[in-house]
Design a protein around this ligand. Structure first.
Ligand SMILES: C[S@@+](CC[C@H](N)C(=O)[O-])C[C@H]1O[C@@H](n2cnc3c(N)ncnc32)[C@H](O)[C@@H]1O
Length: 436
C-alpha cells in the first residue's frame, strides 16, 4: 500500500468511535495501531491526537469547505478531511504529500466519490489557507479550538487568563518522571540520564520530578523495570507534600487507579494503605505499578461511597480523595475530552464529588486530614463542592496550603496548565476538628 496511507486509515479507525462519542482514544487507538511498525504507529497516534486537539477549528474549516454536511455514515470521509487539514496547517509534511496520501486513503474506503471530494476540499484549503485562518480567528471556538460549552465555563472562571489556558491546553505536554526515593535520588538519576545524552531537568515544585526534553517510551529509560521511576505529571506529584505522612498511619486512597498517587504515598512513608477503585478493569494497572515499584497496599474494587460494603470500622489518619472529574486540566494529554465530555457532565461530576466527600468524612479520625484533588480547572468541581461540604460539616476545617505553586482560592489551591510545566490540578486540604 502507498507510503503513509496505512497510518491515515488507522487514524480514521481510531477517530471514528471518538467522533461518534462512543469511546475514548485510549481504548480506540491501541486497537487501531495493532500490527503497525513503530513509525506508522507513532504517525497514527500523532494524527489522531492532532485531530482531536484542534477538532473545533478543523470542523469549522470543514464546514466552510463542504457544500453540504457529510452524512453520519460518511464520518470516515470527514475524519480523513480533518486529518488532511490538520497536516496542511501543521506543515510538517509537504502539502502535496498531505493531500495525496489522504486522497489515496479515501480510495480504500470503497466510496468512489470520496477521493474526488477530498482532493477538491484539500486543494481549496491549501489555496485559501490564509483566509480560512483569518476567518477562524474571528470565531472564538475555532480560534481557541475549544468546544463552546467548555469555553464558556473557562471564560467565566478565568476572565483574564482564559486565552493562556486554552493555548497551554493545546500544546503537547512534557513527559515528567517521578523518582522513587526508595531506589535512587533525583540527582543520581539526572546524572545517569546525562551520561546517556538524554536531556532532562529537575522540576521546580516537586522534589521528585524530572522533565525530559523529548518524550520517550519509559521502558527505554534506565531503571524502569527495577522501579526507579514512574511517569507522572509534576502537579500530581505534590500530593505527599500536603498530607504530613508518618510511618504506620492508616491511609485511604479512595479513587486509586491507575495507582500513581498510591505508589507515591508508599514511596514516601511506610503506610498501612487501603486503595479502592470502582472500576475493576483499571485495578490491574494498580497491581502492576505496585509490583514494579516493590510496594505493598491492600487493593479493593469498591464504590468508595458505599462505605457499608468495604469499610472494616477502623478510622483513617489520612484520606486521599483524587475524585473522578472532567479532566479539564489535562486536556493536552487527553484531547479527546473536547469531543467526549458534555456540559451536563459537570453537574453530575460535582454531585458525585460532594457525595464522596460526605460519605468518606465520617471515616476520618479526629485531627486527621482529607486531601481532595482533581485534575479539573473548573470551580464547579473544585471550590464549589468544597464550599457546600464545609458549609454542611461542622467538624471540617479548611487548611490553607502554603506553596509557591498555583493560586490560592478561598478553598484550596488551583494549578493551571503551564507550557512545558505542570498540568492543571486542584488541591484542597481539610482537617477534622478534635474538639467536637
Ligand atoms: C482521577 S482518577 C484517579 C487517579 C489516581 N488517583 C492516580 O493517581 O493514579 C479517578 C478514579 O476514580 C475512580 N472512581 C470513580 N468513582 C469512584 C467511586 N465511587 N469509588 C471509587 N473509585 C471511583 C475511577 O475509576 C478512576 O480510576
Amino acid at each position: 500500500m502507498n507510503d503513509g496511507v496505512q497510518p491515515r486509515l488507522r487514524a480514521v479507525k481510531a477517530l471514528l468511535p471518538v467522533l461518534q462519542q462512543k469511546a475514548s482514544l485510549s481504548s480506540s487507538l491501541p486497537r487501531a495501531q495493532q500490527g503497525l511498525n513503530n513509525e506508522d504507529a507513532a504517525l497514527t497516534q500523532a494524527l489522531a491526537f492532532g485531530v482531536c486537539r484542534f477538532q473545533p477549528r478543523l470542523q469549522f474549516w470543514a464546514d466552510q469547505l463542504l457544500q453540504q454536511s457529510l452524512k453520519s455514515k460518511d464520518l470516515d470521509v470527514l475524519a480523513l478531511l480533518l486529518i488532511g487539514m490538520y497536516q496542511l496547517q501543521e506543515g510538517r509534511v509537504a502539502d502535496y504529500a498531505a493531500i495525496n496520501t489522504c486522497v489515496e486513503a479515501a480510495k480504500k474506503l470503497n466510496k468512489p466519490w470520496a477521493g474526488k471530494l477530498l482532493n477538491a476540499c484539500l486543494r481549496r484549503f491549501q489555496r485559501e489557507q490564509e483566509a480560512l485562518i483569518q476567518l477562524a480567528e474571528g470565531k472564538e471556538t475555532a480560534a481557541s479550538a475549544f468546544p463552546a460549552w467548555l469555553l464558556k465555563r473557562i471564560k467565566k472562571a478565568y476572565s483574564k487568563d482564559w486565552r493562556d489556558i486554552c493555548a497551554a491546553s493545546n500544546l503537547q505536554p512534557p513527559m515528567t518522571l517521578r523518582i522513587n526515593q526508595r531506589k535512587t535520588t533525583r540527582e543520581a538519576y539526572l546524572q545517569q540520564l546525562q551520561q546517556l545524552d538524554i536531556v532532562a531537568t529537575a522540576t521546580t515544585f516537586s522534589p521528585w520530578g524530572i522533565t525530559l526534553e523529548q518524550p520517550t517510551h519509559p521502558a527505554l529509560l534506565p531503571g524502569f523495570a527495577e522501579g526507579h521511576f514512574s511517569v507522572q505529571d509534576e502537579a500530581a506529584q505534590l500530593t505527599p507534600l500536603l498530607l504530613d505522612l508518618q510511618a504506620g498511619q492508616r491511609v485511604l486512597d479512595a479513587c486509586c487507579a491507575p495507582g500513581g498517587k498510591t505508589a507515591h504515598l508508599l514511596e514516601t512513608a511506610d503506610l498501612n494503605l487501603l486503595a479502592l477503585d470502582v472500576d475493576e478493569s483499571r485495578l490491574g494497572r494498580v497491581h502492576e505499578n505496585l509490583q514494579r515499584l516493590q510496594l505493598k497496599a491492600e487493593v479493593k474494587c469498591a464504590d468508595a461511597a458505599a462505605v457499608e460494603h468495604w469499610w472494616d470500622g477502623q478510622a483513617f489518619d489520612r484520606i486521599l480523595l483524587d475524585a473522578p472529574c472532567s479532566a479539564t486540566g489535562v486536556i493536552r494529554r487527553h484531547p479527546d475530552i473536547k469531543l467526549l465530555r458534555r456540559d451536563s457532565d459537570i453537574k453530575e461530576l460535582a454531585d458525585i464529588q460532594l457525595k464522596l466527600l460526605q460519605k468518606l468524612w465520617p471515616l476520618l479520625k479526629p485531627g486527621g486530614l482529607v486531601l481532595y484533588a482533581t485534575c479539573s480547572i473548573l470551580p464547579e468541581e473544585n471550590q464549589h463542592p468544597l464550599a457546600s461540604f464545609l458549609h454542611q460539616t461542622a467538624d471540617a476545617v479548611h487548611q490553607d496550603i502554603e506553596a509557591e505553586w498555583g493560586q490560592a482560592l478561598r478553598f484550596g489551591r488551583q494549578l493551571l496548565p503551564q507550557p512545558q510545566g505542570h498540568d492543571g490540578f486542584f488541591y484542597c486540604l481539610l482537617q477534622k476538628r478534635l474538639d467536637l
